[in-house]
Design a binder for this molecule. Structure first.
Ligand code: HEC
Ligand code: HEC
Length: 276
């Protein structure tokens, strides 16, 4: 259609019009005359990509042609910088130990990165993604563009909130979050530069979930921001719901003290965490 990032198409008679997200344009093609190039209709002023690292980063992040075999982009597994809900065996931490895709929200403020904390920060992690997943080496400037795109990500408010506030159930859960010792590691005072809640002490613990190659290993405490949209949970996605994280996936109270909570209290705590 004459530009990158088609996001929608409509046909009117024998004419097709596509919205090209990355070309900032509409593209108009005559269906009976495939030989002629489509006409591009600009939508707003043209962006200067040399000056706009965030926009260029978003384009590269979605560009499958950049990978060695030209079929996979970062967004293939991280749609909108978030998660596909699948386990992947990446080469960052060796082979035969698949992990779930992680949300990139706030990764710039929660070093180290990856489940095992194997990368010291976002920048190293973004560069490693190019080498170990896309199998390419790219200019350092491209990595800065990824950094800018990821850093510009804003959390989407949880649908569990009622008029932007915690529900009655979630309010009860907030008290339990401290009582069950969740806040020991998912600290309530860890904040980004503008007061963003990060919910992690940035330390690694063995919370009793590792099995097989990961048995007894420490994992980096993840942020709980936007956790409502990233099920399934834990490093291998074994917990389909938040309640499973707090019950079947925590039989020995190694991941917070949840075994003595009543079924209603588990629901309260789950709703609170899903509101973050
Ligand atoms: C094949 C799927 C896949 C692709 C493609 C992919 N990732 Fe990931 N990403 C993952 C998985 C799985 C993890 C978690 C792995 C782990 O923790 O060991 C992850 C974790 C991350 C993290 C760590 C977040 C944190 O806070 O710990 C960053 C940053 C990241 N990816 C960036 C990228 C970038 C940049 C690209 C493109 C160059 C990319 N990813 C491509 C699957 C993918
Ligand atoms: C000792 C530190 C510690 C305590 C206490 C703790 N957590 Fe965690 N939490 C972690 C670590 C480490 C992980 C990563 C485990 C994994 O990836 O499998 C984690 C993972 C999670 C996840 C999964 C996130 C995801 O995206 O998959 C949720 C949800 C969570 N914790 C909520 C809680 C709640 C609720 C409590 C209290 C009942 C709690 N945690 C207590 C350290 C802790």
């Amino acid at each position: 259609m004459g530009g990158d990032g088609p996001r929608g198409v409509v046909t009117i008679g024998r004419r097709a019009i596509a919205a090209l997200y990355f070309a900032d344009a509409l593209s108009m093609a005559e269906l009976d005359n495939a030989a002629t190039s489509p006409t591009l209709l600009p939508v707003g002023p043209k962006k200067d990509l040399a000056k706009d690292r965030t926009r260029r980063g978003e384009m590269l992040y979605n560009d499958g042609s950049m990978c060695f075999q030209q079929w996979q982009s970062c967004a293939s597994c991280h749609p909108d910088g978030r998660v596909d809900g699948l386990n992947w065996d990446l080469l960052n931490d060796g082979m035969g130990n698949p992990k779930q895709t992680k949300n990139e929200l706030y990764t710039q403020w929660t070093p180290p990165t990856m489940v095992t904390g194997i990368r010291k920060d976002m920048h190293e992690c973004n560069r490693a993604g190019l080498i170990h997943i896309q199998f390419v080496t790219r200019p350092e400037e491209d990595v800065h563009c990824f950094d800018a795109y990821v850093t510009a990500m804003k959390p989407v408010p949880s649908p569990y909130l009622v008029n932007g506030q915690l529900s009655e159930r979630a309010k009860r859960g907030e008290t339990l979050f401290k009582k069950a010792k969740c806040a020991d590691c998912h600290t309530t005072d860890s904040k980004g530069p503008n007061g963003e809640h990060l919910w992690t002490d940035r330390k690694a613990y063995d919370v009793g979930v590792g099995t097989g190659t990961e048995a007894g290993k420490k994992f980096d405490t993840p942020t709980l921001a936007e956790v409502w949209r990233t099920a399934p949970y834990l490093y291998d996605g074994r917990a389909l719901t938040m309640e499973e994280v707090l019950t079947v996936a925590n039989p020995k109270d190694a991941h917070g003290e949840t075994s003595k909570l009543s079924p209603e209290e588990i629901k309260d705590l789950a709703e609170y965490v899903l509101s973050l």
